[in-house]
Unconditional design. Structure first.
Ligand SMILES: Nc1nc2c(c(=O)[nH]1)N[C@H]1C(S)=C(S)[C@@H](COP(=O)(O)O)O[C@H]1N2
Ligand SMILES: [Mo]
Length: 409
C-alpha cells in the first residue's frame, strides 16, 4: 500500500480501480507481502543470457496484430498494438508493417541507391557512402492512408487504427544528396522505387524532396528493421505512408509525375462527382483514445485516466478534446511534452467513471486550425465510395459491466 497511500491522500479520493489492496491479496500466492517473493530468494538469469533483449515473458501477448482474414502474407499488413503502448515512440518490433511484395532480405554490401534523370551528375551510392553524409535525427509518425478503410472497423485500437506508428529516424536529408547530384532546371518530381518484389514506386513533388524528406537508415537508434526498409528507405514526414518507399534503390528525377499504379488505381479517393482526389499527400489531423479502448474492461466505477495519441501530417497538434457523453460536451485534454511536428503526441484526461454506460471519443486540432471530423461529417463530403484517408474520430462504448467495445460495431 506504500505507493497508493500517497495517491489516496492527494488527488485520488478513492483507490484506482484494479489496484491491489492488502485485504484483497490472493491467499494462494506465497509471493505477496509480507512474504519474500521467490525471485528475491535466488540469483536471477545470468547477464548476457540474451544478447539482444526481448520483453518479459509476461508481455508475450503484446504483439503486432495480423488480421485472421489475411490468408496470404506477401501483400499484407500488421498493426501496432496501440492499446498496449505508452509514450510516443513505437518499439521497433511493434512498428506497423505494410508490404506489397513481402519483405526482401537485402545484403547492404550489395545494395545501391541510384540517382538519375534530370541531374547534372547521375550517382550511385553504397550504404557506406550514404552514411558519410551529414546526418540528422527526427521523431516522425508514419501512417498508412488505408488506416482504416470505412468498412474495416476493428474491435481493438490496433484493429481500428493500428496502421500508424512513430519513431526517431536517422539518416541524410534527401536535399543533401540531390545537391550532390545537382538538379536540372526542369526537375519537378522524383520517382522513388523500391528493391522489393513489388518494385513499389511513387512520384514525389520536388518541393517535398528539398524540404524535410530523409533517406533513413536507422530507426530508434538501431539500423532499420527489414520490415521497415533495411538498409535504406525514404521518409516523407506527414505524407501518406505509401510514399515513404522502403528498400529504396532508385530516385529518378523527372519533369512530370509518373502516374504509377499506387497513385492512380490505389491511394486515390473517388468523390461523389465521379472525379478522383489524387496526390492528396498529407495525412490530416487524427486522434484515438487507446485506454480505455475496445476489448478492455474497466474494473469498476472510480478514477480512470483517459489516454490516447494524436498526430497531424500538417504539423503540431495544438489541442485534443475528449467527450465522455457521445460528443455532446467536450473537455480539453492535457498534452504531454514533447509536442513535435509530424510526430505522435500523447494526451491524457483524468476522469471519474460513475458506472453508467458511456461513449467516449477524442478530437484533435492541429496548428493549421484543422479539427478532426466525425465519420458522418467526412462521409457527407466524400461520399459512399470513399475508402482511403479516413481520419474520423473513433468512439468507444463503455457498458455498465465496464466492457469497452467499438461504438461503430
Ligand atoms: N518498396 C516498398 N515501399 C513501401 C511499401 C512496399 O510495399 N514496398 N509499402 C508502402 C506502404 S503502403 C506503407 S503504409 C509504408 C509502410 O511502412 P512500414 O511497413 O515501415 O510501416 O511503406 C510504404 N513503402
Ligand atoms: Mo500504406
Amino acid at each position: 500500500m506504500v505507493g497508493l497511500a500517497g495517491a489516496a491522500g492527494t488527488a485520488l479520493a478513492q483507490q484506482p480501480p484494479g489496484a491491489a489492496s492488502a485485504s484483497a491479496a490472493t491467499p494462494a500466492s506465497g509471493n505477496l507481502p509480507p512474504a519474500v517473493p521467490e525471485w528475491t530468494g535466488k540469483p536471477g538469469a545470468p547477464t548476457g543470457g540474451k544478447l539482444y533483449g526481448v520483453p518479459s515473458l509476461y508481455e508475450k501477448d503484446v504483439v503486432r496484430h495480423l488480421r485472421s482474414t489475411d490468408k496470404q502474407y506477401f501483400s499484407s499488413s500488421t498493426r501496432t498494438p496501440l492499446q498496449e503502448l505508452d509514450g510516443i515512440i513505437t518499439p521497433n518490433g511493434l512498428f506497423y508493417e505494410r508490404h506489397h511484395g513481402g519483405v526482401p532480405e537485402i545484403d547492404p554490401a550489395q545494395h545501391r541507391l541510384m540517382v538519375h534523370g534530370l541531374v547534372e551528375r547521375p550517382l550511385v551510392f553504397t550504404m557506406e557512402a550514404l552514411r558519410r553524409f551529414p546526418s540528422e535525427s527526427h521523431i516522425y509518425f508514419l501512417e498508412c492512408s488505408g488506416n482504416p478503410s470505412y468498412t474495416a472497423y476493428g474491435k481493438t485500437a490496433a484493429e481500428a487504427n493500428g496502421l500508424v506508428s512513430c519513431a526517431e529516424w536517422t539518416g541524410v536529408p534527401l536535399k543533401t544528396v540531390l545537391e550532390e547530384a545537382g538538379l536540372k532546371k526542369d526537375a519537378k518530381w522524383i520517382i522513388a522505387e523500391g528493391a522489393d518484389a513489388a518494385a513499389m514506386n511513387r512520384s514525389i513533388p520536388i518541393e517535398k524532396c528539398l524540404d524535410d524528406a530523409m533517406l533513413v537508415y536507422s530507426q530508434n537508434g538501431e539500423r532499420l528493421r527489414p520490415e521497415q526498409g533495411y538498409p535504406v528507405r525514404l521518409l516523407l514526414p506527414g505524407y501518406e505512408g505509401n510514399m515513404s518507399i522502403k528498400w529504396l534503390r532508385r530516385l529518378h528525377v523527372v519533369a512530370e509525375p509518373a502516374y504509377t499504379r499506387e497513385e492512380t488505381s490505389k491511394y486515390t479517393d473517388l468523390m461523389p462527382d465521379g472525379k478522383a482526389r489524387k496526390f492528396s499527400f498529407y495525412m490530416e489531423a487524427k486522434s484515438i483514445i487507446t485506454a480505455p479502448s475496445g476489448m478492455q474492461r474497466l474494473p469498476g466505477p472510480g478514477f480512470c485516466e483517459i489516454r490516447g495519441i494524436a498526430w497531424s501530417g500538417h504539423g503540431k497538434i495544438t489541442r485534443v478534446d475528449v467527450s465522455v457523453d457521445n460528443g455532446q460536451t467536450w473537455q480539453e485534454a492535457r498534452l504531454q511534452d514533447p509536442v513535435l511536428t509530424r510526430a505522435i503526441t500523447r494526451f491524457r484526461l483524468p476522469w471519474r467513471w460513475d458506472g453508467s454506460p458511456a461513449v467516449i471519443m477524442s478530437r484533435a486540432t492541429d496548428e493549421t486550425g484543422y479539427v478532426q471530423p466525425a465519420l458522418e461529417d467526412l462521409l457527407a463530403v466524400r461520399g459512399p465510395n470513399y475508402f482511403y484517408h479516413n481520419n474520423a474520430m473513433t468512439p468507444w462504448r463503455i457498458a455498465e459491466s465496464g466492457e469497452v467495445t467499438n461504438a461503430r460495431l
